[in-house]
Design a protein around this ligand. Structure first.
Ligand SMILES: NC(=O)c1ccc[n+]([C@@H]2O[C@H](COP(=O)([O-])OP(=O)(O)OC[C@H]3O[C@@H](n4cnc5c(N)ncnc54)[C@H](OP(=O)(O)O)[C@@H]3O)[C@@H](O)[C@H]2O)c1
Length: 252
């Protein structure tokens, strides 16, 4: 069923991983999807092609986040191909070096917050004039913000997602009167490039992660995308300001 037909979506970091799965899901549901990316043009083109091959409509949007004027660049590229917005998914994010508090430099910390916090803040600020009443904002958080010290090697990353959680509830209050819902989706470990260095090295890590979920398997991008698809739909019109656990029960 094309529940989102006539709607336009933008998925930051929509070219790979969870963002790609969300972009494909929204495309299948009938939305026209802006597939944002930073560096990997081939991946963005592949995602656009996959959406089109499934009968949907999509276009690439390039802007390297964490650089001067990134939000302006993104919206200029988006505006060149779309007229207004209904669904904004703030998905693009990085973990930064896995060096914990002792090994982190101020430069690495700033670079992480520039992509994970400052970029979605200003993308959203500039996007609000484009976002139609009744719209949707979905922010990608992490299960780590509700589990103290689970991965101390990426403490700055967890802090950045904590900022997004607070952003989510503040926006939900402020823009509810326009019928806009704002929610956070919080995945556990998902099988994407972000975790390739430690998760795809061998069966041991994969088995360990699978064992942390009562459902007994490793999370896949589509597991998260289907939750985002629900939050983007009219069925979720009465859900706002929520932090939605997408960790397959790993936090239980
Ligand atoms: N994977 C997990 O286990 C997990 C768990 C919890 C939360 N999350 C969150 O879910 C989101 C997606 O994660 P993922 O695992 O799908 O990541 P991923 O596979 O590494 O993909 C990252 C996406 O973001 C884009 N991106 C990254 N840095 C960018 C930059 N500086 N400028 C522009 N685009 C940039 C990438 O585009 P380019 O390739 O073009 O740079 C790519 O499309 C992130 O916010 C992440 O924190 C992931």
């Amino acid at each position: 069923m094309s529940t989102l037909s006539g709607k336009t979506a933008l998925v930051t970091g929509g070219s790979r991983g969870i963002g790609r799965a969300i972009a494909e899901r929204l495309g299948r549901d009938g939305a026209r999807v802006g597939v944002h990316y930073g560096r990997d043009e081939t991946a963005a083109k592949e995602t656009v092609a996959a959406i089109e091959a499934a009968g949907g409509s999509a276009f690439p949007v390039r802007a390297l986040l964490g650089t001067e004027g990134d939000a302006e660049t993104l919206w200029a590229a988006f505006d060149a191909q779309a007229d207004g917005l209904d669904i904004l998914v703030n998905n693009a994010g990085i973990t930064g070096p896995r060096t914990g508090i002792q090994g982190s430099t101020p430069e690495e910390f700033d670079a992480l917050f520039a992509v994970n916090v400052k970029a979605p803040f200003f993308i959203t600020r500039l996007g609000l004039s484009r976002l139609r009443d009744g719209g949707r904002i979905i922010n990608l958080s992490t299960g780590l913000t509700r589990r103290a010290g689970a991965m101390t090697d990426i403490v700055a990353y967890t802090m950045s997602k904590g900022a997004l959680d607070q952003f989510t509830v503040s926006l939900a209050k402020e823009f509810g009167p326009r019928g806009i819902t704002v929610n956070a989706v919080a995945p556990g470990v998902i099988d994407t490039d972000m975790n390739a260095d430690w998760l795809r090295g061998g069966e041991e890590a994969r088995d360990s992660v699978a064992g942390s979920s009562p459902l007994g398997r490793l999370g896949q991008p589509a597991d998260v995308a289907d939750i985002a698809g629900f939050l983007a739909s009219d069925d979720a019109r009465w859900v706002t300001g929520q932090w939605v656990d997408a960790a397959g029960g790993a936090l239980l």
